[in-house]
Design a protein around this ligand. Sequence first.
Ligand SMILES: [Zn+2]
Length: 248
Amino acid sequence: MFLEQAIVVPDRLLLIAKTIGEFMNFLEQKQAICDIGHKLWQLNFVAANDGNISLKVSDNVLLATPTGISKSELVPEMILETDMQGNVITPSKYSPSSELKMHLRCYQAREDVVSVVHAHPPIATGFAIANIPLDFYTMPEAILALGNVPIAPYGTPSTCEVPDSLMEFLPEHDVILLQNHGAISLGSSLKNAYYKMETLEHYAKTTFIALKLGGVKELNQKQIKDCLALREKYNMTGKHPGYKKFEK
Ligand SMILES: [Zn+2]
């Protein structure tokens, strides 16, 4: 009896310690998602309940923002735990966004992706509405982080048309504009995905201003190639489409 207890008790303690550890880890990650949500709202990248954020925390657990909540109001207990099919695995009074389908498709298509951010940043979305892909080689930061940003064809919100429209671009692109809708960014971490969304909007804004001022003056092919070489030096993660514009 004594021997049995000596074995069982430490196992239980280990299990409790593991559960508490997982809970604290999830809590920290959920807070980080809320912080990113607040930034998206502060930067005017989302209005009302727009946008969503997800983070893959293990092979079969995803943390995701709920539907119907402004990103300005997010607190950790609102963040949902789902499996990689989008089923909620920890009971919650909140529900997943219909746009979670888009996120799930990104994780299915790309094993290297750990986080996905979807928002409607106004200048970048303006390019998506005007149907002008962001294919200008102007600033090293945008060249390094994004390269060409294509536009996925329009799909009806909440249907599979939206995730389906991403498929042809996911193998090569971490950032994609969604026609008449917004943008999506994929990253090797939550911050990495979020920073790409910031870089996208900055790239769109500076390009828009340059176009208004009389047109963009792009870097030449050698300058672009030198920029691209830095991706390896800086150990930059993710996919990069290269510079197809000059390969034609
Ligand atoms: Zn949206």
